[in-house]
Design a binder for this molecule. Structure first.
Ligand SMILES: CC(C)=CCC/C(C)=C/CC/C(C)=C/CC/C(C)=C/COC[C@H](O)COP(=O)(O)O
Ligand SMILES: CC(C)=CCC/C(C)=C/CC/C(C)=C/CC/C(C)=C/COP(=O)(O)OP(=O)(O)O
Ligand SMILES: [Mg+2]
Length: 277
């Protein structure tokens, strides 16, 4: 087994971004930076959960990824499926252990989120649109987790709404990109059921809704750097334009990657604004 596969399979860039979003949720809910121990625990529970979710996802997606993503650790043989399964279980268990140190509510919330990630990878992904909503719901749960840890939701709800909308858009567009492999495994994703053009309209609609919702977090203290949301919203609208113009694999890949960049930029803008206000 390649040692680097243990890190690569977790998709560390997603996990770190998710951990920062959990922390951001705690900050905007509390209105200040939380207790450092609690902040670290929130970061660890979200990061470990995301790492476990990505790992179990690759375990169940082995056949699809052999077509769509042959360079990933499992299809290229860098790690066995059995090792990936037990590795994800260890990561889930570690996350729950840290969640138990926060509060009973934080433990229950994490357990439900982790279960949803397992169910998504095992059974829900092939269901048209349901899988997209589950993944987007999990990204929305991330800022809410930080808020739960500090005992109030507050303005983290705005971040959760934006996270949900932008990730529904991105998941639908990713499914347009992955039609070939999903067809081979018999997955009934939205583009396979209603066609790539109608799916592009749905993806673009959720991108537009994200831009509208992005004005809500102005109350979340992003007033100082709200100007930073202008390029973020422009990037989201450009992603929507790209997928409406063409639904081929290359256009869908660029559109979903630009949406991911917009997520990263938006999180940075919110984090700076919430810390400097
Ligand atoms: C206005 C605006 C865009 C606000 C941002 C809202 C916000 C706080 C978003 C954060 C969402 C979040 C928790 C992201 C964590 C990382 C992530 C993208 C998770 C979803 O991953 C599923 C995806 O299918 C993985 O695919 P890939 O990224 O290609 O590995
Ligand atoms: C709220 C708590 C405690 C944890 C949340 C943890 C987070 C951030 C979850 C966000 C959603 C996520 C990363 C789910 C993991 C499963 C995953 C990678 C879904 C997407 O997989 P596919 O739909 O197969 O797409 P790929 O082609 O990228 O594999
Ligand atoms: Mg997958």
């Amino acid at each position: 087994m390649e040692a680097k596969a243990l890190v690569e399979i977790t998709r560390p860039h997603n996990c770190i971004l998710a951990g920062v979003v959990g922390l951001l949720g705690a900050i905007v809910a509390a209105g200040h930076f939380p207790d450092p121990t609690k902040a670290l625990l929130v970061f660890l529970v979200v990061t470990l959960g995301c790492a476990a979710g990505n790992t179990i996802n690759d375990y169940f997606d082995y056949e699809i990824d052999r077509i769509n993503r042959p360079d990933r650790p499992l299809p290229r043989g860098a790690m066995s499926r059995r090792a990936a399964f037990w590795y994800s279980m260890v990561l889930f268990a570690l996350g729950l252990a840290f969640a138990s140190l926060i509060s009973i509510y934080a433990l229950i919330f994490a357990a439900v989120a982790y279960l949803m990630m397992f169910l998504y990878a095992w059974k829900l992904k092939p269901l048209p649109f349901v899988g997209n909503v589950v993944v987007a719901g999990l990204t929305a749960a991330t800022p809410l987790y930080g808020a739960i840890a500090v005992g109030k939701i507050g303005l983290a709800g705005h971040l959760a709404l934006c996270a949900f909308l932008v990730n529904v858009a991105r998941e639908v567009i990713k499914d347009i990109e992955d039609v070939e492999g999903d067809l081979a495994k018999g997955a009934k994703t939205l583009p396979i059921v209603i066609g790539k053009k109608k799916s592009a309209y749905i993806g673009a609609l959720f991108a537009f809704l994200t831009v509208i919702a992005s004005f809500l977090p102005v109350k979340a203290g992003v007033g100082v750097s709200y100007i930073a949301m202008v390029p973020v919203d422009a990037l989201i609208l450009y992603s929507a334009y790209l997928i409406l113009r063409s639904q081929d694999r290359e256009a869908a890949h660029l559109s979903q990657k630009l949406l991911k960049i917009s997520i990263f930029l938006a999180v940075v803008a919110f984090m700076i604004a919430s810390l400097v206000r």
